[in-house]
Every structure is written in C-alpha cells, then in structure tokens.
Design a protein around this ligand. Structure first.
Ligand code: KIV
Length: 263
C-alpha cells in the first residue's frame, strides 16, 4: 500500500477514481484506518462533539487539535493527514500562519479552513509558505449560530452560484482540496465539475470526487446518526472490517446511496 500525496489525489480525480476520507482523533483508530487503506485521514474539530461531548465545534482549541494530530500521526504513515483549524484560529492572516505552523509541527500535512472567498488571501499566504490547504464550504459547523442551525446549504440558485464562486476563489488562491458539506446532490456534482482539485463530499451526493465521514457516525456510536451517514459496523463483525467496508463502498460508488442524499 503506498503513501497518499496531494499529487496522487489529483491523479485519482483526473482518472475518475474515487477516494475515501475518515476522521480520527487517536492512535488506535488511526492504525485501523491505516490498515484499511483509507487514503486520507482528517483530524476534525468534530472532536468537540464526539470526544469532548460539546454541542458544537466552537469550544475546540488549537492545543486540542495539536494534541490529537500528534496521536493520529503516530498511528498512520500512509494516509494524507489533514487537520482542522479550529474556531477563530484563522481570524487574521497572522493567526492563521502561527496556528497552521503549530498543526504542521504536530504532524499535519494539510490544514482545513471553513469559509468562502473571504479566505482567499489567507489560503494564498499559507500555500505560498509551504502549507497545503483544504477549503470547506456548504454547511460550515463553526458558523452554526450564523447559519441558524445545521441545515442543508445551497438550495436556492443564488446560494448555489455563490458557493461555486467561493470554491473557485479558494482553488485559485492555492487550495488543493475542498470539502463540501450538506448540499443538494446536484450542487455536489456541479462543484466537482467546476473545480480541477478534488472535491470531498459529506452529505453532498454520490458525484463528488471523494467522501468523508465522521468515524463515530460510521461506526454507529455517536449520539445521533446524521441522515447523510451510514452505520458500517451494522453489517460487519469488527471495527477493522467496518472501516475497510466504508473505503470499498466509497471507491466502488455504492456509498452514498439515495437515502443519504439531499435534493
Ligand atoms: O470536523 C470534521 O469532522 C469535519 C468533517 C465533518 C468534514 O470537518
């Protein structure tokens, strides 16, 4: 099994091959994810929900993210390791640079930021200084109070067009991956078609270049299973097999199924 690089992912997109992304927060699960051959591991700030028991990702700190990144890194040398920059850690360009450096030194190989075109200068700055960036558009959980809840985004034409323009601005600024969360399937496809970089969907339909799920959701052990997720442990006898089944389902295009998608 080879190590995943950003260029491998770009080639996969060009060849129409899908890849799988999953969150991890500790060494043991990270090792299972490595064994399963999952291409990308995300140390998500969803750790605020599934590890810390908070009702949003807002309380998560840069120290929390660095701690979990180091643990995940120790368990996985094959997947590309992305770490979320937490709430307000990239409010200014200098904060973004300082905090991204902390995460890269903890073991991240790419950092993820939530937001649209307003982040373009920040993305450019990080990218120019050797820090690969993943954007995150659609439902951006750090803005839950601004969005008025965890709702499907981009349902109206104007909002969909704005989201595509935002994603294109991030790509132009140097982003090398984009996560799109909770949008109608048609918009997930439009985004993947509009961008040269890989688009990773979560609740964004079957046509994105890759899929990401929160580990605790896909094992059916989180407090509430989101409609767009699936309990892969339900059909398997071990956690290792469930993670492997998820990777295979993403690569073969059998996940997500229509019941996991939005119109
Ligand atoms: O924090 C996280 O786990 C994420 C995924 C939902 C994409 O950002």
């Amino acid at each position: 099994m080879k190590t995943t690089t950003i260029s491998n992912l770009a080639v996969m997109k060009a060849n129409g091959e899908k890849f799988a992304v999953i969150t991890a927060y500790d060494f043991t699960f990270s090792k299972l994810i490595e064994n399963a051959g999952i291409e990308v591991v995300l140390v998500g700030d969803s750790l605020g929900n599934v590890i810390q028991g908070c009702d949003s990702t807002i309380p998560v700190t840069i120290d929390d993210m660095a701690y979990h990144t180091a643990a995940v890194k120790r368990g996985n040398n094959r997947a590309l390791l992305i770490t979320d920059m937490p709430f307000m850690s990239y409010a200014t360009e200098m904060q973004a640079l300082d905090n991204a450096a902390i995460l890269m030194q903890a073991g991240a190989q790419m950092v993820k930021l939530e937001g649209g075109a307003w982040l373009a200068d920040t993305v450019h700055l990080l990218s120019e200084r050797g820090i690969p960036v993943c954007g995150h558009v659609g439902l951006t959980p750090q803005s839950v109070h601004k969005l008025g809840g965890y709702k499907v985004q981009g349902k109206e034409d104007q909002a969909a067009e704005q989201m595509i323009a935002d994603a294109q601005a991030l790509e132009q600024a140097g982003a090398e991956l984009i996560v799109v969360e909770c949008v109608p399937s048609a918009l997930g496809k439009q985004l993947s078609d509009a961008l040269a970089i890989p688009v990773v969907g979560i609740g964004a339909g079957p046509d994105t270049d890759a899929q990401v799920l929160v580990l605790h959701d896909m094992l059916g052990i989180s407090q509430r299973l989101p409609r767009f997720s699936k309990n892969f442990l339900g059909d398997e006898v071990s956690i290792q097999e469930a993670i492997t089944a998820y990777g295979n389902a993403v690569r073969s295009g059998t996940f997500p199924a229509p019941e996991h998608c939005f119109k």
